[in-house]
Ligand binder design. Structure first.
Ligand code: NAD
Length: 503
């Protein structure tokens, strides 16, 4: 049996139980079908084969989950930070123990390649450990004495929160949003993406097995327009942490207006990698390729626009083309695979539509630009050349293994092109000129910038975007700023003069 066949057999064993029960909701510590009994089918992006049924929830399921989170909130808020730390570390231990199951399930459910998903499960555990360690100090504040008062601040958890996640690396992203919420003392209703529900369910099971009290974390499956919408509109839900498309973020803001929701948005990107002629070009090439073709290009921080200085462009793009043509497209569970299938047909159709858009707009398809095979949602890694910044392929988020290469002559031109899109999530700058790096990063409109590096995540640093790429930051203490309220308490130090009226 080949490695691939062995992996497929193993993955199917892990998913077997979902064939029988489907993916159920979990509300107040109970397994629950949708109140209406409705389900939808979850199919694999590899061959469109049936994986499992999933509860198709609506507003009444969300109402039950919000009530459970509301009821569980006071007790979870009031246990000590040390207790929360212990439970969150136990969740991390549970993730590590089931890392293989999580990775295999994620591959079949999302089409992401095994080489990346193995690490995604372990990174999820790290997210829990990081916020577990911060839980005991989450409420700490400042002492700000004035001449008459001892002013102190403290933080309190905002209340039950809704977490809505997308289908790209859904496991890792769920841990990234939910761990800080729990560490802060919030209770959670999680609505995972309809296209990739399996690992959210495994994660929920791990959490309760680790000792998380019932109702502290509730899972409701379903579509964005019904379950997702109801969550954003629910009066008992105090805040929505959302990761997804910019246009969905805009809808959520409107939906949450009547109940004055606090929102935190991690949205789309069209991130530039800018390569100057003085850079270490071999490393720049490796990083540019990794940041767009890893994770099927379904990555918010992908470097989907290459801006390369004209005098080195021909050679750089020739080397790039050769490497892109070598990237291995295949079954996500094949250890050799570098790119798996895209998540589902609608997304596949969207990505493929850009092959024609590029040609119609006058760009060249320098590599790829076609489907691979007849079943499943595989596309060849694609490179567009001879493009200009006014083309759709240089402005719109394609969210697949598709790179648009552009050239520039001067630093000013590069900055103008880099900033010319509506998004501002990340930027990658390659230069060995220190003052240029300082100047350029200062002018670049992005929430996160790496110089001479691919995206290397460090959990204490802020994660998030500007412009249409998001509102708010995750990571470090920034996560707690979202999930907690600041409280000020002023204590008189003596008998200061109180203004007297009506004497
Ligand atoms: P999406 O916006 O279509 O869906 C995300 C989630 O929102 C899903 O769970 C969906 O069911 C839900 N949803 C949809 N409509 C809703 C509504 N009206 N009300 C409430 N919930 C609703 O996004 P997607 O296609 O699943 O994910 C891809 C997008 O996510 C890309 O744009 C990508 O850049 C972005 N993303 C951003 C980050 C980041 O950190 N900035 C990280 C990962 C993905």
């Amino acid at each position: 049996m080949s490695d691939l066949d062995a992996n497929i057999a193993k993955a199917l064993t892990y998913l077997d139980r979902f064939k029988e029960t489907g993916v159920l909701n979990r509300i107040g510590g109970q397994d629950r079908a949708a109140n209406s009994g409705a389900t939808f089918d979850n199919n694999s992006p590899v061959d469109e084969g049936f994986l499992c049924r999933v509860a198709r929830s609506d507003a009444s399921d969300i109402d039950d989950a919000a009530q459970a989170a509301y009821d569980a909130f006071p007790a979870w808020r009031d246990i000590t930070g040390a207790e929360r730390k212990k439970i969150l570390h136990a969740i991390a231990d549970g993730i590590v123990a089931r890392a293989e199951e999580i990775a295999f399930a994620e591959c079949l459910d999302t089409g992401q390649a095994m080489r990346f998903m193995q690490k995604a499960a372990l990174r999820g555990a790290e997210n829990f450990r990081f916020f577990a360690d911060r839980a005991p100090a989450a409420r700490d504040g400042q002492s700000l004495p004035s001449p008459t008062l001892m002013n102190v601040t403290t933080r309190v958890p905002i209340g039950p929160v809704g977490v809505i996640t997308p289908w790209n690396t859904p496991f890792m992203l769920s841990t990234w949003k939910i761990a800080p919420a729990l560490a802060a003392g919030c209770t959670v209703v999680h609505k995972p993406a309809e296209f990739s529900p399996i690992t959210a369910r495994i994660l929920m099971e791990i959490a309760e097995e680790a000792g998380l009290p019932p109702g502290v974390w509730n899972l409701v499956n379903g579509f964005g327009e019904d379950a997702g919408r109801a969550l954003t509109e629910h009066p008992k839900i105090k805040a929505i942490a959302f990761v997804g498309e910019s246009k969905t973020g805009s809808m959520i803001m409107k939906q949450g207006a009547d109940t004055l929701k606090r929102v935190h948005f991690e949205l789309g990107g069209k991130n530039p990698v800018i390569v100057f002629d003085d850079a270490d070009l071999d490393r720049a090439l490796d990083a540019a390729i990794f940041m767009i073709y890893s994770l099927n290009g379904e990555r918010c921080t992908s470097s989907s626009r290459l801006l390369v200085q004209s005098n080195i462009a021909e050679e750089f793009i020739a080397k790039l083309t050769e490497r892109v043509n070598n990237i291995r497209v295949g079954h996500p569970l094949d250890p050799a695979t570098e790119i798996g299938p895209l998540i589902h047909k609608t997304h596949f159709d969207k990505v493929c539509s850009f092959f024609d858009i590029a040609r119609e707009d006058g760009a060249t398809v320098g590599a790829g630009g076609e489907r691979v095979g007849d079943t499943g949602w595989f596309v060849r890694p694609t490179l567009f050349t001879n493009a200009s910044q006014d083309m759709r392929i240089a402005n719109e988020e394609i969210f697949g293994p598709v790179l648009t290469a552009l050239t520039f002559d001067t630093e000013d031109q590069a900055l103008e092109m880099a900033n010319a899109v509506e998004y501002g999530l990340t930027g990658y700058v390659w230069t060995n000129d220190l003052t240029r790096a300082l100047r350029f990063t200062h002018g670049l409109e992005a929430g996160m910038i790496w110089v001479n590096s691919e995206n290397v995540r460090h959990l204490p640093t802020p994660f998030g975007g500007v412009k249409a790429s998001g509102i708010g930051r995750d990571g470090g203490d920034w996560s707690f700023e979202f999930y907690m309220e600041q409280k000020h308490i002023g204590l008189a130090m003596g008998h200061h003069k109180i203004p007297q009226l009506g004497l």
